[in-house]
Each structure stands twice: as structure tokens, then as C-alpha cells.
Design a protein around this ligand. Structure first.
Ligand code: A3P
Length: 345
């Protein structure tokens, strides 16, 4: 009898133990998967009731975890179908300007739950070989997203390449175009610094900035130098305006994006008709980097690569003055066309 009771007790304990272990395993698996699929969205829930045209954020919370898997190519066709994911053509493009802060802008916009970035510069519209591959090739380069999200890509060469406005127009005549600019002389020096670093990496020598920016025969600004030409923003913009009305462009202040990113990003959210979701929480100043870095949630934050924020070489002040004087009238025209005024000298 006693033996029978002991056996029954052991059996009960076994069942209870199995149940407890099973529940524990289930909880661990569930928490793990939730953590992967639905990382904390620090910005959700801070706002009042949604208006009808706002994006359902609950679905978008999957963005960080799930889409990352898909971008890495780990998704099965079944998962893509199940989650209704698509590769969409961009609804907005950061067309330039090189060294204006294009990477920072793209990464910061990607903090928004309704935005999905194409990580690489695709160079579809400025590269004839890529362009010849057709629009489906371009679309397949885009990351997976939910249908109500918008995809953004950036290729700064678009801004200065002749053929690009017409090509983009043919794809989507109502696309939104973002241009991030910095004070033109600083931008030109930044451009030079990037090329200089490339030369140094290959153990090559390179000219000084002064020698490239000033024509030694005339002592005037050398307009054949690409870093100078790129900074004549109005000349490039005028080519774009043959295809797109000015309302389709938004000018971002790249200098302010460095020192005070949030208000610049809020202007972009407005331009893109997105609900305001990027907050100060998402941006923190990193004193070691000397720049703002990105905070996606309690565990995931990142700064831009070290190639962003290089130390510029010292440039002769007379050359700087000459360049600033040269850019001045073009800047005035740029302010006039865009309706955005900067305190550039
Ligand atoms: P410098 O290297 O001259 O400082 P792009 O991405 O278009 O190449 O632009 C690079 C510039 O982005 C850098 O130029 C840097 O100043 C600027 N930038 C803006 N915000 C930044 C950030 N949060 N972190 C790093 N660089 C940033």
C-alpha cells in the first residue's frame, strides 16, 4: 500500500515537474522570440490618438528585428509571404549632396518606424551599366518592407549627374527628393579630405587643396575642380527643376544636422507626411565621436563609421575667403529658389 502511494506521489511529482519545465521552456522561447521580433519601440505610445491616415505602428514594431533577418537573406519565401513583405521602389531619394551628411540623414530617418533604408548606395540612375539592367533590377536591390512603409535610398552622385533627373522622373514623377547641403567651402574641403584619404591609403601623394581649388594661371577659383563644382548647388538644382517642381524638394541643413539633428529630422518627417516619431531619445551626443549617435532602443545604438567626421586639413585663409566670395552669388540664388536661407558667409 505504502509502496503504491509512493509510486503515485512520484508520478504526480514527475507530471508537475514536466509541466513546470515545459512552461519555463515555453516562456524562455517566447520571450526570446519576442525580443527578436518586437524590440522595444521607445517612441510608440507617447502620442495621443492616431489620426486616420497615420501608419499602424504595432505592425511596424517588427521592423528592427524581423527585417534585419530578411535583409541578411535568412528569410524563407514562406516568411515573406506570411508577413506580406515587399521590395518597394523608393518613395523618396536623398539625391545629394556628397559630403553634405547624406549617410547621417539616411540613418537618422531610418529611426522612424515607417521608413526603411536601402543600406548601400545603389547608383542606379547615375551608372549607365546599372541603369541598363532595368527598373526590376533596381527594385530587387531594395530591402523588404511592409506595404505601408516607405523605402528611401541615397546616392549622392545623383545630384550632379546630367542624366539622372530625367531618369528618376520616368520612374516616378511625383517622387520626393531630399538634398542635404553644407556651407559650400566646408563641403568642398570635406570632399577633398575624402579623396586625400583614399590616396594616402594607397600610399600615393596628392596635391594640396589650395593648388586644386585655385587656378595657378589666373589665381581665380578653379571651376574645373569637381569639389568646387559640386558646391555650386544652384547650378545643379536648376537642371533638376526642368523635371520637378520645387515643392518636390526638401533642403536639409547639413550643418545643423551635425549640431542639432532633431529639428532637421522633424522637418523631413513633415515633408514626407510621416507622423512625428523620431524623438530626442533616439539621438544622443557621443563626446568621444564628437557627433550625435543613434539610439534605436534600450539595447541597440550606433554611431556612424569613422569615415564620417574626418579631421579636415588646414586651408590657407586667403583661399577660403576667395572661395566664399566665389560661392556667394550662387548661394543667394539657391536661397531664392529654395526658400531656405542659410547663414553662409
Ligand atoms: P566630414 O567628414 O567632413 O566631417 P556624407 O555622408 O554625405 O559623406 O557626409 C559626411 C559628413 O556627415 C561628415 O563630414 C560629417 O560632418 C557629417 N555628419 C553629420 N552628422 C553626422 C553624425 N551624426 N556622425 C558623423 N558624421 C556626421
Amino acid at each position: 500500500m505504502l509502496f503504491k502511494q509512493q509510486a503515485l506521489l512520484r508520478q504526480k511529482l514527475f507530471v508537475l515537474g514536466s509541466l513546470a519545465i515545459g512552461s519555463l521552456l515555453y516562456l524562455v522561447a517566447r520571450v526570446g522570440s519576442l525580443d527578436r521580433l518586437q524590440p522595444l519601440c521607445p517612441i510608440d505610445g507617447r502620442f495621443g490618438p492616431r489620426s486616420q491616415d497615420e501608419i499602424p505602428l504595432r505592425a511596424l514594431q517588427f521592423k528592427r528585428g524581423l527585417l534585419h533577418e530578411f535583409r541578411k537573406g535568412n528569410a524563407t519565401k514562406e516568411q515573406i509571404r506570411l508577413h506580406n513583405l515587399v521590395q518597394q521602389l523608393p518613395k523618396a531619394i536623398i539625391i545629394g549632396v556628397r559630403k553634405g551628411g547624406t549617410r547621417a540623414l539616411l540613418e537618422m530617418l531610418n529611426l522612424h518606424p515607417a521608413v526603411v533604408k536601402a543600406s548601400q548606395e545603389i547608383h542606379f540612375f547615375d551608372n549607365d551599366e546599372n541603369y541598363a539592367k532595368g527598373i526590376e533590377w533596381y527594385r530587387k536591390k531594395m530591402p523588404f518592407s511592409y506595404p505601408h512603409q516607405i523605402t528611401i535610398e541615397k546616392s549622392p552622385a545623383y545630384f550632379i549627374t546630367e542624366e539622372v533627373p530625367e531618369r528618376i522622373y520616368k520612374m516616378n514623377s511625383s517622387i520626393k527628393l531630399l538634398i542635404i547641403v553644407r556651407e559650400p567651402t566646408t563641403r568642398a574641403i570635406s570632399d577633398y579630405t575624402q579623396v586625400l584619404e583614399g590616396k594616402e591609403r594607397k600610399n600615393k601623394t596628392y596635391y594640396k587643396f589650395e593648388k586644386l581649388a585655385i587656378d595657378p594661371n589666373t589665381c581665380e577659383v578653379n571651376t574645373k575642380y569637381k569639389a568646387v563644382r559640386t558646391s555650386i548647388y544652384t547650378k545643379h538644382l536648376e537642371r533638376w527643376l526642368k523635371y520637378f517642381p520645387i515643392e518636390q524638394f526638401h533642403i536639409v541643413d547639413g550643418d545643423r544636422l551635425i549640431t542639432e539633428p532633431l529639428p532637421e529630422l522633424q522637418l523631413v518627417e513633415k515633408f514626407l507626411n510621416l507622423p512625428p516619431r523620431i524623438s530626442q531619445y533616439n539621438l544622443y551626443f557621443n563626446a568621444t565621436r564628437g557627433f550625435y549617435c543613434l539610439r534605436f532602443n534600450i539595447v541597440f545604438n550606433k554611431c556612424l563609421a569613422g569615415s564620417k567626421g574626418r579631421i579636415h586639413p588646414e586651408v590657407d585663409t586667403s583661399v577660403i575667403t576667395k572661395l566664399r566670395k566665389f560661392f556667394h552669388p550662387f548661394n543667394q540664388k539657391f536661397y531664392q529658389i529654395t526658400g531656405r536661407t542659410f547663414k553662409w558667409p
